[in-house]
Design a protein around this ligand. Sequence first.
Ligand code: SF4
Ligand code: SF4
Ligand code: SF4
Ligand code: FES
Length: 955
Amino acid sequence: MTHQCGNCGCGGDFGTPAKISDTLVELEIDLVKINVPQGTSLLRAAAMAGIEIPKLCATESLEPFGSCRLCLVQVEGRRGYPASCTTPAEAGMVVKTQTPQLANIRRGVMELYISDHPLDCLMCPANGHCELQTMAGRVGLREVRYGYEGHNHLSLTKDESNPYFSYDPSKCIVCNRCVRACEQIQGTFALTIDGRGFESRVSAGQNQPFLDSECVSCGACVLSCPTATLMEKTLIEHGQTDDHIVTTCAYCGVGCSLVAEVKGDQVVNLFPNKNGHANHGHACVKGRFAWGYANHPDRLTKPMIREKITDPWREASWEQAIQFAADKFKAIQAKYGKNAIGGLVSSRCTNEEDYLVQKLVRAAFGNNNVDTCARVCHSPTGYGLSATFGTSAGTQSFDSVMDADVVMLIGVNPTDGHPVFGSQLKRRLRQGAKLVVVDPREINLVDSAHIKADFHLKLRPGTNVAMANALAHVIVGEGLYDEAFIDQRCDSQEFAKWKDFILDPRHSPEETAAITGVPAEQVRSAARLFASGGNGAIYYGLGVTEHSQGSTMVIAIANLAMATGNIGRPGVGVNPLRGQNNVQGSCDMGAFPHELPGYRHVSNDAARATFEQAWGVELQNEPGLRIPNMFEAAFDGAFKGLYCQGEDIAQSDPNTQHVEAALRAMECIVVQDLFLNETAKFAHVLLPGASFLEKDGTFTNAERRISRVRKVKAPLGGYGDWEATMMLANAMGYPMHYDHPSQIMDEIAALTPTFNGVSYQKLEQMGSIQWPCNDSAPDGTPTMHIDGFVRGKGRFMTTEYVATDEKVTRRFPLILTTGRILSQYNVGAQTRRTKNTAWHPEDILEIHPHDAEERGIVDGDWVGIQSRAGETVLHAKVSSRVQPGVVYTTFHHPFSGANVITTDNSDWATNCPEFKVTAVQVVKVALPSEWQQRYLQFRTAQENFLKRPKASADG
Ligand code: SF4
Ligand code: SF4
Ligand code: SF4
Ligand code: FES
């Protein structure tokens, strides 16, 4: 159902999309003279002049269709009554929108609609928000002459199969808006109008229930429906809302702006903000619908403490729990030294929370032992882009893709991992941009509705660098590089060195084919297309970074972009698609053991002095421990205490059994989270975390865009995460006080040059800001490196391919690689507690038909997956989306134990784990693995400790 209020700053609906043109045409509408860009529809021109023409099938997010005949107008000198939504404004036109003839026609049209529509307006959940109802009033319809005796659609049955919205065909006016939304906005083409004339009705897939069709539940059709035909079930259940607040999605790195509709203190609906700079009115099933976890009964709402992890939990007050944690931490430091404790913060937390945790560790704990989950996803991006360009962030806005001519996707699956960007990319591809996919697996974009990749370089997992070198070899060897760009913008000595390196015959596609498994001619053709096809843009994801050569590959991507001159303007660039909502922000905020906020190394005396002065403490000048080093130190008995905010290392980090053993070796683990996550089962203090609906702050998305997160309701646990960090700092003896997260942002801005111009006030004015934002760029920076690289000259670096140590052998003959799925998110703690489980109730193992047959495996079999690190058991799905020799799974369910089998191998520069390459054997089995059986026992025991807390801490 549409949201027509217009009071969230959306400015109402002008009926058809805005047109951009340097040519203005002047016309007259109802005696009002107006100038509009050429191509603007009469409907929109009238709306721009403040004149509302009745409409039903038109809405400004969709190209017009001209079916309802309600928006008819009269144009002087023209016969008939053209539809204003499909008629472009022309210079000198004189248009009338209100005449007796038009009024008659509109009433007649409306009468026909209403005569086949249930007259239960008062009982209808859309009452007061239905465009049909509004338009009936606007055209002055007072009576309907036709009864219900004839043919009608009133007895058609509802489709309730989708967990989040219902489809009631009896209310459908066949305006086609939903069909167009699915095509034009989402790009899924799941809907059609089935039947002809009177029989026509909206149909999902092949006349299937929505849930069984190709529908990906993005909600675009629901949002565009002018009636209650497609409607959110929460709105049906709770009725219309009484307030709304604009906030930012807390799932992926697209960072969609959402409008939360509330009734009292209850969130009833979330829909995409059409003024959102990252999403322009679109969302995906996660942001739009999967927010029910915020009210899930599993939420932790009371602080808990215990001495040992074999003890039941005891409820405590916040003060008691914080004091308990601080006493333990202080005792550990007194016994084992200052460096025996540390903190982890999450890329799901806000910038302000990330900043405060690293401040807590540096100022109150007195060391640099702070790390973030960006360690296990995008740390190589930071390293590689800093080394080559001078700044560790993507170079573009999402909108830049609309100027791209050739898009290269490397190790990324946007339609699942970054769905709203995926839809935008599909729009550009449908307009004719070319696509090269570099991925071991056939992602959706390789071949989907109206999209076909020009090349799919289906390489073996772990051979990215060999592939990038081969592409560069062709580009340089065939003289396709951009000499002028390189001369002007790049370090010539480094380029000469790199050129010699890359021209070596060992990097040729013919030589590397033996490594990558991709035929040389395909690589040559893809390289030629990328280098000479116009604006070339590279998008990459964890399929690049989570390798032993993750940093090398990021550098190789930067080399490719520089060599082809594809940096510094719209339509090009290097674009890391960040997995979680605030990966960029957590890195920016200095939640790394070697860097202060703004990527300044802790050994940088001047930078340290700035923070020492502001914080009133002396800071260590040596990097602290990364997550894997914390584990090693725990085994050595040198690391004993951990504060862990919003991060679930026991599920998300590789080699689970190793992580569990390290956690067991610690004496005090404080977990602050929404749920009793896997790490929390090893904790001694539990602090209830606040969901994104319960907090103020900011997230920074993959395009460096800082957006406000606004509190929609009070934190269930009583305090925001930033307040808990502050309390812990004070209890540790370091005074910390802020009244509101805006003050934390003011401190960040004062201490971080790239954030100097950022404030909540400015965010209110601008909606969002892309950093750097300072005196040189007061309105932010949509495109980086326009006139020069941040480091001065762009730096080419040699990228020798080194095969991973993780080799296939007769014992482990297959390669396991991992990825994401649309409906689930990361460790699944949030999405598993929503109705999204309708799509993905468990992780499954994809195996190629050839490998399956060899092992006697068919769809649905339980299969054991053994690696050098461990074993787990999943259900199998036989699929040729993976290549022979490669198996694939996701990691959203803890019982799956995907990380029980991943190894300790990691990126040479950053320790980012090599999640994407694990040598395994797969066999048919009948029982869960030993680890899974132990896991179930441990989980049950820990959940029972929580369900039956002993007497309170006072008792
Ligand atoms: S379901 Fe809604 S949007 Fe789609 S055709 Fe029917 S009334 Fe129009
Ligand atoms: S929810 Fe999205 S994918 Fe599904 S039919 Fe509607 S627009 Fe298409
Ligand atoms: S999950 Fe990502 S794409 Fe989906 S609504 Fe949230 S930010 Fe947007
Ligand atoms: S709004 Fe123009 S024909 Fe429907």
